[in-house]
Design a binder for this molecule. Structure first.
Ligand code: PMP
Length: 431
């Protein structure tokens, strides 16, 4: 397999685009470097790079592409939007329809607002929580990514529940002091944080099922306890469902798990591949937002017809029967195939999977928080990634990301993937 054109394009890119990529995770920095593959075209579960190599895609653009590339129903919606005009700066009927679809699927969204990215959605839920409670601080869980707004680029301090440190240059100490980071799935650490700062906490930001240090489910009762303790302390509960909404069922992780937050942030899948974000929640809380309330949020592109019509079309595809059953069955098949092959060749892997999303960790026995994921072997993941790429299987280039199946993957695609994995494990350089 030649990557000649990608190599040339990467050289050209670095000369004009900072770092050659428009989002750092697209560089291969996290896997020891290399040339990111430049994709040219995608169809269904496949995409093709500029050197005309074909891949089975498990990156799914970091999540949004749940119906595969260029799904005809979504393509048609985008074409129609283009013909009708993509931006008016006025309300449209499509926004009403889409907001109803979201609320029907996720009833805690009594009122909704559309924005343009997951980052914006999360950032605004924090503002709403602060406006509503009149408090400043937030609690987040270690290793969970919530976009790149200042407040959420804060990492854990040294203890189990301490004030945070900036995780990025340009995020000030004074901002980091507003964030308390505790380990996911550790209700004692959470309670300790509330005992210490409870009356200063505006909101608790939670990925109800983690997608950002691999797929990690909450322990039974964890989210319920978080809700109860947060509410006792007078704090709001904010679910970041940017990855999870419509990923595991038609609705949110909150529906799947039977827990209800006060506010929810959405993105990714709900745009059908076009840029979008949304946030919403209890009416009386959302009424803090302008034009009804004193908290400001706006957007020239917010609710633009192209993204909204693509999002409606994507949800329509996901409403079809058996979509999530199929994703689950393919996920089972993939998990079982990788695990069997790893066992056969003596490669120590742990696979966390929920329905059509999974993560393969090397050299750790169990992953239920960030620390465990950190301990997984990054060198082995990097080798696995690069060897699979050469065999036409494309994953996200990070040991912390998930594999995402789409509605367009077939059993044959999964079998081909397992064969490629088996070949990599057969020739495993760490054996
Ligand atoms: N929240 C979560 C859980 C995410 O995974 C991401 C993106 N990976 C974001 C927020 C930010 O979304 P965006 O990249 O659309 O700004």
């Amino acid at each position: 397999m030649s990557f000649e054109k990608s190599e040339q394009l990467y050289k050209e890119a670095k000369d004009v685009i900072l770092g050659g990529v428009n989002s750092p995770s697209r560089s291969y920095k996290g896997i020891g470097g290399g040339t990111p593959v430049f994709m040219k075209k995608g169809k269904g579960p496949y995409f093709w790079d500029e050197d005309d190599n074909q891949y089975i895609d498990y990156l799914a653009a970091y999540g949004p592409i749940i119906t595969g590339h260029a799904h005809p129903h979504i393509t048609k919606a985008i074409q129609e939007a283009a013909e009708d005009g993509v931006l008016f700066g006025t309300p449209t009927t499509h926004e009403n329809r889409f907001a109803h679809m979201l609320r029907d699927a996720i009833p805690s969204l009594e009122r909704v607002r559309f924005v343009n990215s997951g980052t914006e959605a999360v950032m605004t839920t924090i503002r709403v929580a602060r406006a509503y409670t009149g408090r400043d601080k937030i609690i987040k869980f270690a290793g969970c990514y919530h976009g790149h707004s200042d407040l959420v680029l804060v990492a854990a301090g040294s203890g189990p529940s301490t004030l945070g440190n900036p995780d990025s240059a340009g995020v000030t100490e004074s901002i980091a002091k507003e964030v308390i980071t505790v380990p996911f799935n550790d209700i004692d650490a959470f309670e300790e944080a509330l005992n210490h700062w409870g009356n200063e906490i505006a909101g608790v930001l939670v990925e109800p099922i983690v997608g950002n240090f691999g797929i990690v489910e909450p322990k039974p009762g964890f989210l319920k306890s978080v809700n109860e303790l947060a509410h006792e302390a007078g704090a709001l509960v904010i679910y970041d469902e940017v990855i999870t909404a419509f990923r595991f069922m038609y609705g949110g992780a909150q529906n799947l798990l039977g827990v209800e937050p006060d506010l929810t942030a959405l993105g990714k899948i709900i745009g059908g591949g076009l840029p979008i974000g949304a946030y919403g929640g209890k009416k009386k809380i959302m009424e803090e937002i302008s034009p009804l309330g004193p908290a400001y949020q706006a957007g020239t592109m917010a609710g633009n017809p192209a993204s909204v019509r693509a999002g409606i079309a994507c949800l329509e595809v996901l409403q079809q029967t058996n979509v999530y059953e199929k994703l689950d069955l393919l996920g089972q098949q993939l998990e079982k195939g990788i695990k069997n092959s790893a066992d056969q060749h003596g490669v120590p892997v742990t696979i966390n999977r929920l329905k059509g999303a999974l993560t393969v960790y090397f050299d750790v026995e169990h992953v239920s928080n960030y620390e465990h994921a950190e301990e997984s072997n990054g060198d082995k993941f990097a080798y696995f990634f690069k060897e699979l790429l050469k065999r036409g299987i494309n994953l996200a280039p990070s040991k912390y990301e998930a594999w995402f199946l789409t509605t367009e993957h077939s059993e044959a695609d999964v079998n081909d993937t397992i064969k490629a994995v088996d070949d990599v494990f057969l020739n495993w350089k760490y054996a």
